[in-house]
Design a protein around this ligand. Structure first.
Ligand code: DX5
Ligand code: ZN
Length: 216
């Protein structure tokens, strides 16, 4: 089975968004990863509903929405209405994570929980059976183009072990500093989904880069 690849739109050319989405549509990209930032949970602001709501008209690819915002629970209805397949919420942003996860599922989306680099995977032990996916951040969230944090490979292996032990079918996604070299290590450790922003969009042939990442 090939690795699932979710290019991050954050690294696209926003003045030529339609062109870049068409490139993704023609490519082997499995999903499109959308990074939503509020300037509070992370020190940056990206894009919001005016952009997200247009995307489902422009692509058939499943939307993987990564919310880097405080109280993501407030926006579950809007994210569902925008047609998201996966809704990723940060564990660090949810006091009542179990309730948030159930609400995401009740709205017809697949719940995923994201962990910052410093957050141990063991904190997910109780909630793992309720999750479709865990997203491990391999950079501090907020910006594209940062350097990969090597310790993530060990976290992937540890999470994989938890998943096998609990017999769940949770996917492991990794986001930040992913390229062919770091991607190789992540897939070997048990990652199922790779998010890649700058590595895809800054490459000479983004569609070919996506194809190579899928082949890992
Ligand atoms: C960072 C975002 C990432 C970002 C990845 O906060 O969550 O999805 O776009 O960018 P690269 O692949 O350039 O590290
Ligand atoms: Zn992301």
């Amino acid at each position: 089975m090939s690795t699932i690849v979710a290019p991050s739109l954050l690294a696209a050319d926003f003045l030529n968004l339609e062109r870049d989405i068409e490139m993704l549509n023609r490519s082997e990209a499995d999903w499109i990863h959308l990074d939503i930032m509020d300037g509070v949970f992370v020190p940056n602001i990206s894009f919001g509903f005016p952009v997200i709501n247009l995307l489902k008209k422009a692509t058939q690819k499943p939307l993987d929405v990564h919310l880097m915002i405080v109280q993501p629970v407030k926006f579950i209805d809007e994210i569902a209405a925008a047609g998201a397949a996966y809704m990723n919420v940060h564990l660090e942003a949810c006091v009542h994570l179990h309730r948030v996860v159930q609400e995401i599922r009740n709205k017809g989306m697949k719940p995923a929980v994201t962990l910052n680099p410093h957050t141990p995977v063991t904190l997910l032990e109780e909630i793992l059976p309720d999750l479709e996916m865990v997203l491990l951040m391999s950079v501090n969230p907020g910006f594209g183009g940062q350097q990969f944090i090597e310790g993530t490979v060990r976290k992937v292996a540890q999470l994989k072990e938890m998943i096998l032990k609990q017999h769940t079918s949770t996917l492991i996604e990794v986001d930040g500093g992913v390229n062919l070299e770091t991607g190789r290590k992540l897939v070997d450790a048990g990652a199922d989904v790779l998010v890649a922003g700058s590595y895809v969009f800054n490459s000479e042939d983004p569609a070919e880069t996506i194809r190579m990442l899928r082949a890992l």
